[in-house]
Design a protein around this ligand. Structure first.
Ligand SMILES: CC(=O)[C@@H](O)[C@H](O)COP(=O)(O)O
Ligand SMILES: NCC(=O)COP(=O)(O)O
Length: 237
């Protein structure tokens, strides 16, 4: 089984568009968990344009499933994670002005930095995952960072799949094989959807977790959160 962690950034985006507290992120997270999702993901960004640092503090004691905090490990992010002790931290090398995540780590170039940061999280019993492009060289080098898992950046897969190119899965299959050989657990995320998740899962059965936000929330506008989450859960069995 692959766990589904729902990224609720978009709920906060909607709330922030009006100010106030509608929709309420805690209530939505509880509903998502009630519908069977096995985790809640948030990705606070320095400008707090969607999930705020205070949301993370409010969610930490309220989430009853796996809590995953994603982000660039700048000092205030590291402090936030250590203060809130999620199940997992996913390190993403976001530029400050990035609209969304658009690249994985260079695990060769940034090895020493990653080793240092990951060690601190692991000392605090927080599972660590690093966001990586489907590049075998980067997966091989990831084993020396001390990370527990990698999260494969799936934007290229999603784009290829949407264009009818199913061979876009091949680098992911190869990277999943390397991850297994070097003892890294495997997560995946970015632009996964009800359209493309089944083919991904069929080809990468060892997938531990997917984090899905943008498409899942958009699909829920048509079909409702409960129906959509149950569809994902059935495809991820
Ligand atoms: C790490 C990743 O893949 C991103 O999808 C991210 O978690 C979503 O961030 P935004 O909601 O800011 O696009
Ligand atoms: N780690 C990926 C994530 O949390 C959600 O990405 P997306 O589904 O919003 O593209």
């Amino acid at each position: 089984m692959t766990k589904l962690s729902v990224n609720i950034n978009k709920i906060a985006t909607l709330r922030n568009s009006r100010g106030g507290d509608v929709p309420n992120v805690l209530k939505t997270a509880a509903a998502i968990e009630g519908f069977g999702a096995q985790g809640i993901t948030v990705h606070p960004r320095p400008d707090e344009r969607h999930i705020t640092y205070q949301d993370v503090r409010d969610l930490a004691p309220a989430v009853t499933t796996e809590f995953n905090i994603e982000g660039n490990p700048i000092p205030q992010f590291i402090d936030l994670v250590l203060e809130n002790k999620p199940t997992q931290v996913t390190l993403v090398p976001d530029a400050e002005d990035a609209i969304t995540s658009n690249a994985g780590w260079d695990t060769v170039k940034h090895k020493d930095f990653l080793v240092e940061v990951i060690q601190e999280f692991k000392q605090n019993n927080i599972r660590t995952s690093i966001f990586i492009d489907p590049n075998p060289k980067m997966i091989e080098a990831a084993q020396y960072t001390g990370a527990d898992r990698i999260e494969l950046y799936t934007e290229a897969y999603a784009e290829n799949y949407a264009n009818g190119n199913k061979d876009g899965i091949l680098p992911y299959v190869e990277c999943a094989k390397i991850a297994k050989e070097v003892g890294l657990g495997l997560n995946a995320g970015h632009d996964l959807s009800l359209q493309n998740i089944q083919f991904f899962k069929e080809n990468i059965p060892a997938l531990a977790e997917v984090s899905i936000g943008h498409a899942l929330i958009a699909e829920s506008l048509y079909e409702g959160l409960e129906t959509v989450i149950k569809k994902y859960l059935s495809l991820l069995k």
